[in-house]
Design a protein around this ligand. Structure first.
Ligand SMILES: N=c1c2ncn([C@@H]3O[C@H](COP(=O)(O)OP(=O)(O)OP(=O)(O)O)[C@@H](O)[C@H]3O)c2ncn1[C@@H]1O[C@H](COP(=O)(O)O)[C@@H](O)[C@H]1O
Length: 126
């Protein structure tokens, strides 16, 4: 999946300077980040609605549109796919450590407390 998104990112990056008449990405680039953000939110809402309606095929279609618009927003704001993969790796390591800690901590603390602490740390670092 990360490969497909990285390829899409490169294609989108190249398309930004193309003729807006033939490239949706170039059109979105001309319209600016607010328009890109609006499109992203619309696609996310569509995926959510399709899920509520139980339309699996449409969830797949709209998810592809959602990912395209997310990548367009990354390219516009200077975020590279690697930036996101690194953050995901960091979280995986953090939660992995939390999972290896004792199941019941001091004073009868439950593992959820450890997990919650990790989440707070993520929010603070992020
Ligand atoms: N992966 C995609 C991709 N996914 C979805 N879409 C388009 O995004 C549309 C969904 O967005 P909208 O709902 O806003 O579309 P719409 O209903 O037609 O809305 P409006 O255009 O009227 O605003 C889909 O109908 C697709 O046409 C994509 N358009 C382009 N790409 C890739 O992006 C790269 C650059 O392509 P161009 O931007 O066409 O140069 C290429 O690799 C393309 O394959």
């Amino acid at each position: 999946m990360t490969d497909s998104l990285s390829r899409l990112y490169n294609a989108v990056h190249d398309a930004k300077t193309r003729d807006p008449a033939s490239s949706r990405t170039a059109r979105l680039t001309r319209e600016g980040v607010a328009k890109m953000a609006k499109k992203l939110v619309e696609e996310a809402a569509e995926v959510g609605l399709d899920a509520v309606q139980g339309d699996r095929g449409q969830i797949v279609n709209e998810s592809a549109d959602l990912l395209y618009h997310l990548v367009v927003l990354w390219a516009e704001t200077g975020v590279a796919p690697d930036d996101v993969w690194k953050e995901m790796d960091r979280r995986e390591q953090l939660f992995g450590i939390a999972e290896k800690l004792p199941k019941v901590g001091d004073k009868g603390r439950r593992p959820l407390a450890v997990s919650e602490r990790s989440r707070r740390s993520l929010r603070r670092d992020g």
